[in-house]
Design a protein around this ligand. Structure first.
Ligand code: PEP
Ligand code: MN
Length: 335
């Protein structure tokens, strides 16, 4: 469990928050010293000035401390100051130059390093960053899933894109996997839901933003919890087990999975059949000099699909997204 404010703002705010988190099962106290802000002129962190405040938390409250690093100078200062864990922020993971600079600066240290996913949903970029740190000989490398920027307006600040996170987990099953429901949700009222979902998917740990007075926070005010709210959240979260001890439950799970596998096979076969027809259609259009995209036809298809989805008790937005992908692929095949 990693918790603490988005940014270190003052010694009172850092120490006051940490004191309230003491004894709550928080393993690392976080606070951002250098803040990568989207808009210039926003609060960009107090920088190295907060190092003694963080050291005081470690010394007087016995809590391990962590912060975000983006340049080698940050790494050097933090290692010197005795930080226990460092993380690479989403905007930095997206930049291989910076990740390499950090990996070089971290070489030879045994600090824990967590890599947040890049802001764009690019698994390779995330994997690449982990790989750079591992090649630098770092042994305590983990990842933090904080969701992805999205152009579309969604309920969360960052789209969860769990599929990408789970793929990364499959590639590196042995490395600690954290979720950051605060940056994912972007709203204090949705943090619990995002945290619960993360746990249900089997993550190893959480990073949650927590501030002694969230409404006065200089960054991410809307998404930070008070220490009391965090306590409530931790009490209400139910962790799920990865396996059931009951053989009857295991058998029932297995039966569902067998059924699903068979259906998945059929779905793939149906998609292949659909694509074959699509290619035939494409050839007809080409031979007869007809436009590939006929907007009214697509609108009719979508309408039919949605009606059918409603009748089958399937979410309409889900059916729409699936068919948009199918339609895109089918247009790609026609030329
Ligand atoms: C943060 O943890 O405060 C932060 C800036 O996160 P991210 O890199 O996920 O945006
Ligand atoms: Mn933040």
């Amino acid at each position: 469990m990693i918790a603490g404010p988005c940014s270190a703002e003052s010694e009172e705010q850092v120490f006051g928050t940490a004191r309230q988190l003491q004894g709550m099962g928080v393993d690392y106290f976080r606070a951002g010293l250098w803040k990568p802000r989207t808009t210039p002129g926003c609060f960009e962190g107090v920088g190295a000035r907060a190092i003694p405040w963080m050291q005081r938390v470690k010394r007087e409250l016995g809590m391990p401390i962590c912060t975000e690093v983006a340049f080698k100078e940050h790494v050097e200062m933090c290692l010197e100051a005795g930080f226990d864990l460092l993380w690479i922020g989403a905007r930095t993971t997206a930049n291989p130059f910076l990740v390499q600079e950090l990996a070089d600066a971290l070489k030879g240290s045994d600090v824990v390093v967590l890599v947040k996913n890049p802001i764009n949903p690019d698994l390779q970029l995330w994997l690449g960053a982990v790989e750079r740190l591992r090649r630098a000989g770092l042994e305590k490398v983990g990842v933090i899933h904080r969701g992805f920027s999205s152009y579309e307006k969604i309920r969360y600040r960052n789209a969860p894109g769990w599929q990408i996170a789970l793929e990364l987990r499959n590639r590196f099953p042995e490395i600690p996997f954290f979720s950051d429901p605060s940056h994912m949700a972007g709203n204090a009222s949705l943090v619990k839901e995002a945290a619960q979902r993360s746990l249900a998917l089997g993550i190893d740990g959480l990073m949650v933003e927590c501030h002694c007075a969230p409404t006065e926070a200089l960054s991410d005010a809307g998404q930070q919890l008070t220490p009391a709210e965090l306590r409530q959240l931790l009490q209400s979260l139910s962790e799920r087990n990865s396996e059931s001890p009951d053989p009857a439950v295991r058998e029932a799970l297995e039966a569902c999975r067998t059924e699903l596998d068979a259906l998945d096979d059929r779905i793939v076969e149906l998609l292949a059949d659909r694509m074959a027809i699509s290619r035939r259609l494409g050839a007809l259009k080409k031979d007869n000099n007809l436009a590939i995209i006929q907007a009214d036809r697509w609108a009719t298809v979508l309408d039919k699909v949605c009606t059918r989805a409603r009748a089958c008790n399937l979410r309409e937005d889900f059916a729409k997204s699936v068919f948009s992908i199918i339609h895109d692929a089918s247009i790609d095949e026609q030329n």
